[in-house]
Design a protein around this ligand. Sequence first.
Ligand code: ACO
Length: 424
Amino acid sequence: MADKKAQLIIEGAAPIDLPVYSGTLGPDVIDVRGLTAEGVFTFDPGFMATSSCESKITFIDGDNGILLHRGYPIEQLAEKSDFLETCYLLLKGELPHAEEKQKFDSTIKNHTMVHEQLKNFLNGFRRDGHPMAIMCGVVGALSAFYHDSLDINNAQHREISAIRLIAKMPTIAAMVYKYSMGQPLMYPNNELSYSENFLHMMFNTPAEIKPIDPILARAMDRIFVLHADHEQNASTSTVRLAGSTGANPFACVAAGIAALWGPAHGGANEAVLRMLDEIGDVSNIDTFIAKAKDKDDPFKLMGFGHRVYKNFDPRAKVMKETCDEVLGLLGINDPQLELAMKLEEIALSDPYFVERNLYPNVDFYSGIILKAIGIPAELFTVIFATGRTPGWIAHWNEMISNPYKIGRPRQLYTGHTKRDYPNN
Ligand code: ACO
């Protein structure tokens, strides 16, 4: 794999040769593992220039706004595929044939129900508890129910855990919503597609079962597809790090959910709507733009900026189209959307944002669509977690199926040198 080498020269010491590897796409990487033996470490807080693993799942070119899953562009998957097919692709590496797809869909459907006892868990939570807090707890607790699939060294166990997680996430998400509303929980209906079923469990009640609007089901499915994976982002890296200790997949995904919750990551979609609420009116935009630019003010334009995309977020493009489509088809004239569009326009022409390549990211538009579908803001990040589950599992599985080491970064220590405990 190493056809080039880099040389590191540390003043006063002999040069150190380091192998350089080329992937199929993307920048070359310098293998710095040999540095430990030389008594030096690299320093890269925030992992700005560190590849934590080798992976074949997803490729991002942030400068050119490219996102590929197993080689397929996200725009094509959003248009031609569906969420379960994208799950199959992420997990298995290839698109399924018709028969494989039908079998996969039916296997997922067979696992949509959760253990009846899980319902009791909900009663331990306050009804106004944040849905992400409940998700962290309930998804982690799944490992207490599925002892039969926890051997991480068994490929069949890993597969059944993957199926269970993908199948049960929408059920748990809808349970959390129903619990917050004080409504009876709805069982899944396996006659429905994955996304229809989610909307059925969310919005139908035993008293009234209405057919699911295909436009909303398609938009929901597209939102899941657009969130399915994003290479080594903070939550996926968390899942990998937790998994590197040998922890079970339910515990690892619960760790991923916790990492996703933060407003700098998946929590941004909820934060976008809260920000639009706070701005309130187009006439206030200038004040908030000024706040976002003020280094002494912690306010940031939520839904803008990305660690990797420095041109545009290709998911945001598709999300914007879906947003226009959904609002148009539903005949929704949302003043918040108008505010969002104006904010986007002003930010995109403001030198502060232009110079820093701060473009709207996927979260900027997803919140508006989710709101149009009728999903409350507190649940937005739960939707993200449901969509991201196949990515988390695909990365965890890729790691476990290959030789791996426990993830254990080192540090630049700047604390006290050794000192003695005082005698009195
Ligand atoms: N509003 C105002 N200024 C911003 C914003 C923003 N949303 N994002 C970045 N900046 C500024 C920073 O202050 C910094 O300015 P400086 O160079 O003058 O100091 C510069 O742009 C670079 O920003 P960093 O914070 O260094 O970029 P980083 O890659 O570390 O952070 C992040 C990326 C976390 C996404 C950041 O842009 C942000 O917080 N955005 C808002 C939250 C958000 O939308 N998160 C969703 C991310 S996408 C996802 O998870 C699906």
